[in-house]
Design a binder for this molecule. Sequence first.
Ligand SMILES: Cc1cc2nc3c(=O)[nH]c(=O)nc-3n(C[C@H](O)[C@H](O)[C@H](O)COP(=O)(O)OP(=O)(O)OC[C@H]3O[C@@H](n4cnc5c(N)ncnc54)[C@H](O)[C@@H]3O)c2cc1C
Length: 437
Amino acid sequence: MSRASLVHEFRPSLRLRSGEQLAAFALTEPHAGSDAANVQTLAERTDDGSAYVLNGEKRYITNAAIAQVLTVMARTDRGVTAFLVTPDMPGFSVTEARMSKLGIRGTATGRLAFHNMRVPAENVLGSPGEGLKLALTVLDFGRTTFGACCTGAAKTCLRLAVAHATTREQFGRTLSDFELIKKKIAGMAADTYAMEAMTTVTASLIDRGLEDYMIETAMLKVYTTEALWTIVNDTFQIHGGAAYFTDLPLERMLRDARINQIGEGANEVLTSFIALAGMRGPGVQLRDLWHALHHPLADLGTVWRFGVERVSAAVRAPDVPVRDPRLSPYAQRVGKLIRRLNIEVSRVLIHHRESVLDRQYVQQCIAGAAVELFVCACVLSRVDAELAATGNPKGGDMRVVELCLRRSLRRVRRWLAKLHDNDDLLVTAAADAALGE
Ligand SMILES: Cc1cc2nc3c(=O)[nH]c(=O)nc-3n(C[C@H](O)[C@H](O)[C@H](O)COP(=O)(O)OP(=O)(O)OC[C@H]3O[C@@H](n4cnc5c(N)ncnc54)[C@H](O)[C@@H]3O)c2cc1C
């Protein structure tokens, strides 16, 4: 089943859409957190094939105790499978309705247990064994909403920071007069513009019904959640001691923002995913090349095709089209850095081959450069459209946009340089020392 048809098939019922009913998504277990494939909840088919019997437990489940319908992931003999479960099913129990937690206290996060819970076979979502594929589809949407929520919170922070910095006086000047405060405010404005651009572009990929946008949603999630954490921290700092007291919303914003880097794919896991999924295409090409080099006469075409593709990727910078001439220099720099990333990816794959799967320092550099290039592409796309429509960047200023682009371009160069100039071996050695190994 294609991803587009999966999306269509699982559109929520009207009562869920109207808010009359609440849903929950139960994947996480004590032994299945980031490693979602390690689901231990077991679903055994009854002899007559009419139902499944579920046994297991779930934790950290939002709406666990108040949802009228839950999507529960359980292991069948065909692999992880999604089941539609209702709390009235015998064997369903809420073991903790509302776990005490740091932030986002407006949601109830709980634990569940299933003891010989009979679920009719027609309650299987999709086909048996398709659960993780379905989970990834759900997480794709979730990560896009992270982008939107983080952008909204970032706008609030920027507004609060500007209001405070322009009114609070110390040393006979407003805080906004000091360069170290200006730097924070400018960074927040640039990041907020980028976050909105990335959210809009990523959401448009989903709206246009594209088959695959997993890398883009992962890049959006990592960038916006890390940026918001910095933005909240900077807003907090600008407010000084006042931020620490509960009459201002900042201590709550700080607590609420912390889950974003962990939930729906911890940022470390997504960083690896971005690098490895992004390098899959060139990796497959290289694997074919290894094969062809060992059978050169039988597979001369592969050797030739690979040679032509890699050589042209190394020589030509891709064209990044923009309409406004003010953006052309930036677009050209983006094209050149895409070319450099392309070369580095080939080098990494040739050097590390299969062991690249374990080289997370390298993955971080590749993913970091890719994310910043995505930022540039989204910002250029957004500002180019806004300049064409009104002559001005909407909700921003050309100086803010330029700062956004220049920072991201510099970060791409830094990530790529780090592939060659780093302390990776020493970092591992120091970690081993600290770990007592
Ligand atoms: C408030 C809240 C609400 C939640 N709601 C839901 C929900 O509705 N449904 C649901 O199913 N789950 C939910 N979760 C669970 C959430 O998705 C998990 O907490 C998350 O996937 C991480 O799993 P874990 O907590 O087991 O951490 P672990 O998997 O133990 O990871 C801990 C840390 O280790 C690091 N790490 C892990 N793997 C790697 C790796 N491969 N490489 C490098 N570093 C790594 C990361 O830094 C990670 O943060 C919720 C959690 C919270 C806190």
